[in-house]
Design a protein. Sequence first.
Length: 347
Amino acid sequence: MKADIKSWNQEELGEFLISLGEKPFRAKQIYPWLHVKHVESFEEMTDISNKLKEKLTNSCELTVLKQVKVQQSKLDGTRKYLFALADGNMIESVLMGYHHGNSVCISSQVGCRMGCKFCASTLDGRVRNLTPGEMLDQIYRIQREIGERVSHVVVMGMGEPLDNYENLLKFIQLLSDENGMNISQRNITVSTCGIVPNMRRLAEEKLQITLALSLHGATQKKRQELMPIAKKYEIHQVVEACEYYFQRTGRRITFEYSLVGGTNDGEEDARQLSRLISGMNCHVNLIPVNPIKEQNYVQPDQKSVLNFKNKLEKYGINVTIRREMGRDIEGACGQLRKRFSERQGEG
Ligand code: SAH
């Protein structure tokens, strides 16, 4: 198999070039073509000799995702991309424009094996992990297409990032590399369903990224009804791992809480939630559930969402309701890919 040139840092690229009989300084020429200019072929590297281009073509794979489809929301301009990988698998990425800049939500795996009940990404299980280059290229392709800088990245698309730990770590290092895309780690958020050992490992990596924990239930019983992974890592262990992450990094934790009508959106749920996380340096993000047709979960009405928020505020919790973006373009994780493969199947 050919080497994956986009998944290397500059030093590794240098070592590889030495192994090809080249001078290591060539890495300083080639690296920006990949990670700053986001070229789609070795041909575009104009200051590289034809001989070296040929060597690279013969020995390396250049990961470039193919845009299969893009949908733009009429409501808020959110753009949702369906990309094909070299092996034909499909992934989704989303571009959201905020006042603070362009934010891209990326996928970390093809499919997912975590089984959260309301999530479309997990319905067909996990196919494979994405490489660091495939994670990066979602951002590179989007930045090149819109012709504007992407300043924020959230790993909240398809897949469980902490189930693809090594590649995720490499991705973060490359994304925040000052010789590359140079996105501040403070502008990177990784969302996890709560794989405790890897949350603790991440706390030791000396990163400045934000960790978001998908909570969705305030008691062990409620949480495990929605999230099978909760049976493996119990709610108090997960919250303790969040406290640990804060201790080690000083980064405030985000708790994500998808509100499911009649399931976890009552006053008692709000009270239990505030008790669970009271005193923590954290922020709660409420996401009214985006119903998928495979499950009959319903979105709470606006009044209950506001009630829930007010209750948390009364208990002194920092809370926001996630602005619902791209509702009209199958915005929920994994929905677009799922619909697309179903239509292919029909056709
Ligand atoms: N595997 C990661 C990233 C998943 S997507 C994680 O579990 O955190 C990011 C967030 O969206 C998670 O909190 C996830 O539970 C939530 N989510 C997925 N599908 C949803 C839906 N249909 N409605 C509302 N939230 C959803």
